[in-house]
Design a binder for this molecule. Sequence first.
Ligand SMILES: *[C@@H]1O[C@H](CO)[C@@H](O)[C@H](O)[C@H]1NC(C)=O
Ligand SMILES: *[C@@H]1O[C@H](CO)[C@@H](O)[C@H](O)[C@H]1NC(C)=O
Ligand SMILES: *[C@@H]1O[C@H](CO)[C@@H](O)[C@H](O)[C@H]1NC(C)=O
Ligand SMILES: *[C@@H]1O[C@H](CO)[C@@H](O)[C@H](O)[C@H]1NC(C)=O
Ligand SMILES: *[C@@H]1O[C@H](CO)[C@@H](O)[C@H](O)[C@H]1NC(C)=O
Length: 552
Amino acid sequence: MAAFLLLLCVVSATFSQAVLANSATAASRLNVLFLVVDDLRPKLGCYGETNMVTPNIDQLAAKSVRFERAYVQQAVCSPSRTSFLTGRRPDTTRIFDLVHYFRKVAGNYTTLPQHFKNNGYVTQSVGKIFHPGSASGGTDDYPYSWTYKAFHAPTERYVGEKICPSPDGTFTHSAVCPVDLKTVPGGSLPDIQNSDFTIEFLKNRSMDHKPFFVGMGYHRPHLAFSYPKEYLELYPMSKIQLAPNPYYPPWLPEVAWSSYGEIKKYDDIAAMNISTFGLIPTDYSMKLRQSYSAAVSFTDAQVGRVLQALDQYGLADNTVITFHGDHGWQLGDHGEWCKHTNFDIATRIPMLVHVPGVTSKKAPAGKKFPFHDALDKSFGRQPPLEQPELVSESLVEAVDLYATISELAGLDIPSTCPDNSLDVAFCTEGASLVPIIKNLTSSTGSLTSWKPAVFSQYPRSKVVPSNEAPNTPIMGYTMRTDGHRYTEWIAYNHTTFTADWSKVYARELYIYSSDPDEDVNVAEVPAFQDLATSLSQQLRSGWRNALPTPRN
Ligand SMILES: *[C@@H]1O[C@H](CO)[C@@H](O)[C@H](O)[C@H]1NC(C)=O
Ligand SMILES: *[C@@H]1O[C@H](CO)[C@@H](O)[C@H](O)[C@H]1NC(C)=O
Ligand SMILES: *[C@@H]1O[C@H](CO)[C@@H](O)[C@H](O)[C@H]1NC(C)=O
Ligand SMILES: *[C@@H]1O[C@H](CO)[C@@H](O)[C@H](O)[C@H]1NC(C)=O
Ligand SMILES: *[C@@H]1O[C@H](CO)[C@@H](O)[C@H](O)[C@H]1NC(C)=O
């Protein structure tokens, strides 16, 4: 409590400082470290998962606002990333797959890093920020978004190759893929090399004092789960548990199911020949859960290295840090794997926002983010968690990050997009979270409400599930409110980009007070029809009607 009160004293000064940054000299501007982790659900110590070993992310969380209920706009990579990087939702970016590029199919939108570049910042993409390939014009949106070409680790070229050692001495392309760094091709892993590059980038900025926006995108815990094999020791099999609900929910409409084709392409899973509605056997489910955890701890160490460098180069007190996943990940929950659904477990992400001097005290260089090595023998296996003091329970969305980061750095804040914003370069469909941060860090917090609902969507090709054809005639629109999730799977035309709400193929309704894991779809239960009708109206009235009411 004492530390919390100390914090309060610095708040008002720092916020006016941030607002003043706009007219201040370049050297006094707040930098941005934009950390994005692929396929990371909130399976972290700081989100209450006490078996997880994530000391570096926990340390960041303890100095940030931790958003407990943050959601992405579509639970797959490029649609989600395009959404939070443009500050617009998939219906406006028209990106629902991993192939198309928003500048070609929608509009010439100013992205978040582009906004910083336009304002004199050095912007750099490292690893996976935009989905690489055709989804970002073959250049990770360079030169629009970035001052320099996007950096990709040399070892990214081994993605898809057989690098996982088998006991018989051969190599496979498997989901479970602990590696020996001494013998792995290239002698390293992409997240290590990308972190090295970011560290060097930070060193350069500490010398030339140019304001920067660096996007550091981690690949793990995305499949394949390739990580240094030592991280397995943090997760003995005796401590691994199955998902609480490892079965196809009995009242789930088939269109809501994803046959998790992504993981079935890996050698170990392909060999199981699992059918469309089949399940991964229990023993291998446990192995996958173990490896996901190990991959998360490996990623945590790479996050820790970058934070330590930021701190040691004297930049930590002048840099806004955001950390979030691009979507969640199903680890056998509902019998599902990967993302590609509208369940909470696929749409919910960890999200942290660190504002120096506001969400934590300022600290001398080298004192803010010391590196915690979970592999060091002296590292306690159950470290005392640094519990975040600033936790927001408000419903928030990844699409809110654009306006939030812009406001924190003192740049122009985009206004809300008009209904048709194809020709509007600079606007947003999210809302700045600064009022929440202010409310949590000031002694006079008087913000009474935030968004009543948040929105995600997922396309399907047919009523029976398939991940194969991305541009499909069905869209599942889903809404998460305080107490419910409500989804309608409706007709969608990919030529005209229009939804036909008169053609409803299936509905889902989950009531969290009795069913926190979304196991029992009651959308067709007679007793809940009044509730379903009112939630349907709320879903159809959309995100615009759920914007936070007048800003404090
Ligand atoms: C897109 O906008 C940028 C400025 O942000 C401009 O330089 C470029 O010419 C525009 N491209 C098209 C195709 O309009
Ligand atoms: C750092 O600066 C040096 C010297 O200008 C340059 O060669 C190097 O490419 C820079 N590294 C990064 C990661 O920006
Ligand atoms: C995979 O399973 C299907 C039916 O479940 C069967 O027809 C097919 O022969 C199997 N393929 C292999 C390679 O075992
Ligand atoms: C604002 O802060 C007050 C006091 O800490 C808290 O009770 C309230 O829930 C906060 N409001 C929001 C929307 O976070
Ligand atoms: C989508 O709309 C176009 C243009 O109106 C129409 O030609 C096409 O048949 C529609 N597609 C579907 C699947 O309804």
